[in-house]
Design a binder for this molecule. Structure first.
Ligand code: GLN
Length: 206
């Protein structure tokens, strides 16, 4: 019996989406289009058995405060040591170790410093091509970047690989199986970022 449960688990991953605040439903929709089971995460126990986690866009100070209130900070850090995590926009900020603007609750998963609302507070949102570099075996490609009061990555440590640029600015990074982008792939029809994340999830399950 245990064997069949185990093999069912192995055949199809289940991805959590942190659902405290922000654009979590859009990520769940995109994963559903990719045929992947999802679970909304609000409590520590919701993380159990998940193969990966997405931290959505929203408002990073609010999300950080709720993470602390829901007693999720250490549980999320522990999860990220074992499983792939994708953060988008506010999710990228939450995954960072530092912001340029002083203190706010962060998970410190990525060795990066982010600048919040980096493209100028008057620029609420814009769309621009992002140059993607998803790894040695993939071609460089262009991705439709949707930026909403977006951060950029100001500094990154030696273990961090830049995977996305918008002009001169670094808007996507990867560190092991942790992935963060400053834009919103879940608000486009383009599934390449989610597909790349699912490849990290598959690799981590093997
Ligand atoms: N500006 C927001 C923040 O600092 C992020 C915006 C977003 O997630 N779309 O949290």
């Amino acid at each position: 019996m245990a064997g069949s449960v185990e093999s069912a688990r192995r055949s199809s991953p289940e991805i959590g989406v942190l659902a405290l605040q922000g654009a979590f439903r859009e990520h769940a929709h995109m994963l559903a289009r990719l045929g992947v089971a999802t679970r909304e995460v609000r409590l520590q126990e919701d993380l159990e058995g998940l193969d990966g986690l997405i931290i959505p866009g929203g408002e990073s100070t609010t999300m950080g405060r709720l993470m602390a209130e829901f007693d999720l900070v250490e549980a999320l850090r522990a999860f990220a040591r074992r499983r792939p995590v994708l953060g988008t926009c506010a999710g990228l900020i939450i995954m960072a170790s530092r912001t340029t603007q002083g203190r706010q609750p962060l998970l410190g998963l990525l060795d990066i410093t982010v600048r919040r609302n980096a493209f100028g507070s008057q620029v609420h949102s814009f769309e621009a091509d992002v140059e993607l570099d998803l790894g040695p075996r993939t071609e460089r490609q262009t991705f439709p970047g949707v930026f909403i009061r977006a951060p950029w990555v100001e500094e990154w440590g030696p273990g961090v690989r830049v995977i996305a640029r918008c002009g001169e600015r670094v808007v996507g990074v990867e560190q092991g199986a942790l992935l963060g982008v400053a834009f919103h792939p879940e608000l486009t029809q383009d599934m390449r970022i989610h597909e790349h994340f699912l490849r990290l999830v598959s690799a981590a399950r093997r």
